[in-house]
Design a protein around this ligand. Structure first.
Ligand SMILES: [Mg+2]
Length: 275
């Protein structure tokens, strides 16, 4: 790996796939450098797509949130784990396949939007995301369906989510409970799995080696980018990473998205490679 301060050739950047929380905003506060960078990239015609493990917001919710920060994007520029879960099921099963959903209204909307039928009667697939109204009865229906052969899909593996006062269990915690009960391993959609990155790539229509992945967490964002074969950029604006014992290293590290100079990148120069 090159020492800090040297510049290595950067492939022309055609597209950007980026995480949201910790990169573009922190909770409800915009990260201004990032908003400005995306506005600049948008003006220069660069294509981008946001990816989020959060299945409790629709792409339209994200559009509204970014609009409030002064960045106007379209719902097509947002890929959520809910949307990707729905697309993965539709890629494998015909229209009106019966799906049982444990999750937020946004997950239900994504499943219905993909032409699938929501039912608790003999479902062919069970999809689980974060459900703040989860009950033992919902878990019983999921367990029964999976033991009867239904496919088991989880939106994202996040075990703990930060709250204003501490933490709450993430979707991964309840998915793990159903996996333990049934002894069936779920198909996980969200980062660090590469499925959302693939969905975003196909929307952008850009080449893999000229599409960069930006994220603030190595075990999820950077791992997913690596698995999808993309150059990865870690931005250090998010919550400090919890102890990461993996040997995964991002290709580049920046402290602000303002450091990614697309003009320089397009002319073959690059941000500093991690030293
Ligand atoms: Mg993040």
């Amino acid at each position: 790996m090159a020492s800090a301060g040297s510049y290595l050739s950067w492939p022309p950047i055609e597209g950007i796939i980026s995480d949201l929380d910790g990169v573009v905003y922190r909770g409800n506060a915009a990260i201004l450098d990032a908003i400005e960078a995306f506005a600049r990239w948008q003006a220069s015609g660069l294509r981008f797509c946001f990816v989020t493990n959060n299945s409790t917001h629709t792409p339209e919710d994200v559009v509204r949130k970014l609009e409030g920060f002064g960045l106007a994007i379209t719902p097509g520029e947002v890929v959520t784990s809910a949307v990707t879960a729905a697309e993965l099921i539709r890629a494998k099963y015909p229209k009106m396949t019966r799906v049982y959903v444990i999750g937020a209204p946004s997950l239900v909307k994504a499943i219905v939007g993909a032409g699938l039928e929501i039912t608790e009667r003999a479902p062919e697939a069970v999809v689980m995301g974060l459900d703040r109204e989860i009950t033992h009865e919902k878990m019983r229906i999921a367990v029964d369906a999976i033991l009867n052969g239904a496919a088991f899909i989880g939106t994202n593996p996040d075990l703990l989510l930060p709250t204003t006062t501490g933490f709450e269990p993430g979707a991964g915690a309840t998915i793990a409970a159903i996996a333990a009960a049934t002894q069936v391993k779920p198909l996980i959609v969200g980062k660090p799995e590469p499925h959302m990155i693939e969905t975003a790539l196909s929307r952008l229509g850009t080449a893999r080696d000229s599409t960069i992945l930006i994220g603030d967490q190595i075990p999820t964002d950077i791992q997913a980018g690596k698995r999808a074969g993309l150059p990865t950029v870690l931005v250090t604006t998010g919550v400090p990473a919890r102890e990461d014992s993996s040997l995964i290293l991002p290709d580049f590290v920046v402290s602000s998205l303002g450091e990614i100079d697309v003009t320089a990148a397009l002319s073959g120069r690059s941000p500093q490679r991690r030293g």
